[in-house]
Design a binder for this molecule. Structure first.
Ligand code: NAG
Ligand code: NAG
Ligand code: NAG
Ligand code: NAG
Length: 215
């Protein structure tokens, strides 16, 4: 079910107005982040599984992302502040007294976000989506190339956007969950190294995923 624009606004504003302890910067990026969650849902870029995050404007060593909930349902009360160094949930962004096991479960793929922020200090936002339409491109090894000016972030690299294949990463002891899902720093680091100058996007082979970073 889609959330109407009016519902989106009320979902967003009601909790922001009652809490209010975070800084103005954090409040502003949280509003943008929630708008982004709802717009990406309305445009069907993310379904139940995609996620978007932002770097904490007050602390470059942290990022903000919803706990594991469909983007359409994200509100200020579902936002969590994470430590970039280990993707640990620190506290609810709008209630710092909610910590540890009181924070609802996080997306297992949050290492996509933490490792990209760690590797690329100038990246302020990361989107990860399971986009069926781009699945065949990664499967046959054809990267995307911008065909119109407004698609500039796709880039115009000769071989198209880079393609990440978890099978190309040599597993190590800290990488026990070595599969399509980026659930540990080893795979997250390998993915973050796949980005190339000239393209803010990486296709992920086999996961129908598509990533974009904003600087
Ligand atoms: C923050 O969370 C605590 C613990 O759940 C709760 O008692 C308190 O009312 C919350 N504060 C706000 C402003 O929501
Ligand atoms: C809030 O954002 C402004 C503009 O980006 C920045 O100059 C300022 O340092 C930020 N405040 C904090 C506390 O980080
Ligand atoms: C910034 O975030 C890091 C990682 O969570 C933390 O160790 C550090 O204390 C924070 N800095 C400030 C000034 O809060
Ligand atoms: C952002 O940082 C990465 C890694 O340090 C670098 O390769 C890239 O050129 C930078 N992009 C911009 C626009 O500065």
């Amino acid at each position: 079910m889609k959330v109407s624009a009016l519902e989106t606004i009320s979902l967003l504003l009601a909790p922001v107005l009652v809490s209010g302890s975070p800084s103005q910067n954090v409040t502003q990026v949280s509003i943008d982040l929630l708008d982004a969650n709802h717009i990406l849902h309305l445009l069907e870029v993310v379904d139940a599984y995609g996620h978007i995050s932002v770097r904490n404007p007050d602390n470059e060593s942290q990022f903000i992302m919803s706990f594991a909930i469909a983007p359409a349902s994200a509100t200020s009360q579902t936002l969590v502040t994470y430590d970039i160094s280990n993707a640990t949930p620190l506290h609810l962004t709008f209630n710092e007294s909610v910590v540890g096991e009181d924070i609802p479960p996080s997306f297992s793929e949050r290492f996509i976000h933490s490792q990209i922020y760690a590797a690329q200090p100038n990246v302020t936002s990361v989107i990860h989506s399971h986009t069926i339409e781009v699945l065949p491109f990664a499967a046959v090894g054809v990267g995307l190339r911008a065909q119109i000016g407004s698609a500039g972030s796709i880039g115009t690299l000769t071989n198209g956007t880079p393609i990440f294949d978890f099978n190309s990463v040599v597993p190590d002891d800290s990488d026990q969950l070595h599969d399509l899902f980026i659930r540990n720093p080893v795979l997250g680091d390998a993915l973050s190294r796949t980005f190339e100058d000239g393209s803010d996007i990486v296709l992920m082979k086999g996961l129908s995923s598509y990533l974009e970073c904003f600087e």
